[in-house]
Design a protein around this ligand. Sequence first.
Ligand SMILES: C[S@@+](CC[C@H](N)C(=O)[O-])C[C@H]1O[C@@H](n2cnc3c(N)ncnc32)[C@H](O)[C@@H]1O
Length: 266
Amino acid sequence: MTQTTLSANATANNAATITAIGNYWNERIHDLEIATHPVGSTGFFRELDEYRFDKLRYLPEVVDFPSYKGKKMLEVGCGVGIDLVRFARAGAIVTGVDLAQVSIDLAQKNFEQNGLEADLRVMNGEALEFPDNSFDVVYAHGVLQYTADAHQMARELHRVLKPGGEAIVMVYNKYSWLNALSKLMSVDLEHEDAPVLEKYSIGDLKKILRPFSQVRIVPERFPVESKLHHGLKATLYNTFFVKAFNLLPRALVRPTGWHLMAFARK
Ligand SMILES: C[S@@+](CC[C@H](N)C(=O)[O-])C[C@H]1O[C@@H](n2cnc3c(N)ncnc32)[C@H](O)[C@@H]1O
């Protein structure tokens, strides 16, 4: 097989995977399972926000939303726009893209209900339709691990970022407490059935972020009580595991955080 045929096949495979990823996320809105209010209602978005920032209570500690006031920001894989609304509320000028039309439509509603503005579009984060050096900040939380080619998405994030701009990325940690527990207890991770779900080591993530300089990676996301799971395993987890784990010195368990948060510069 020639090099040209090989790369043509790779491109066709990538396009097929991107289509499958878009289809999957059109049917599975992230965190939808916990919603009790009608999809798209004010109560629905409030519930998703409360759930997310309870589960990810570390997020406002490491991402100082108010400090992005006036910054031109792009979120890739914005879902229904829960984080993007927080950035916009703080005064950032926001653009959000996602492969899933359903997410973008809901994100639009979320912004309208909050009286906020955003440029929201269905777009592939591996082939961004923005010129080079367009944004002060690019944000992709829980997205690179679900795309066909994480290296290509990182190159695109780098390309559209202005020189000196900041990239904030979160991927899942291969060597985390949650990955180990999920295997031990035979409980699937969320979106285990997605067309792509990769977990990375800190070294893997550094390679993906090679186009950037000053890459700082902080493992975060330690056990909090699950509102999603029920039954005996969930009771054991909520009653014993969460409390016992959180008694351990954070410095000791820090490398096992489920979320690898990366902060990088162009
Ligand atoms: C786990 S959800 C995360 C959503 C949101 N960032 C959050 O943290 O709640 C993953 C999102 O990434 C989007 N996604 C995956 N691959 C993408 C790509 N190549 N381009 C744009 N969005 C993508 C999916 O459609 C989905 O909305």
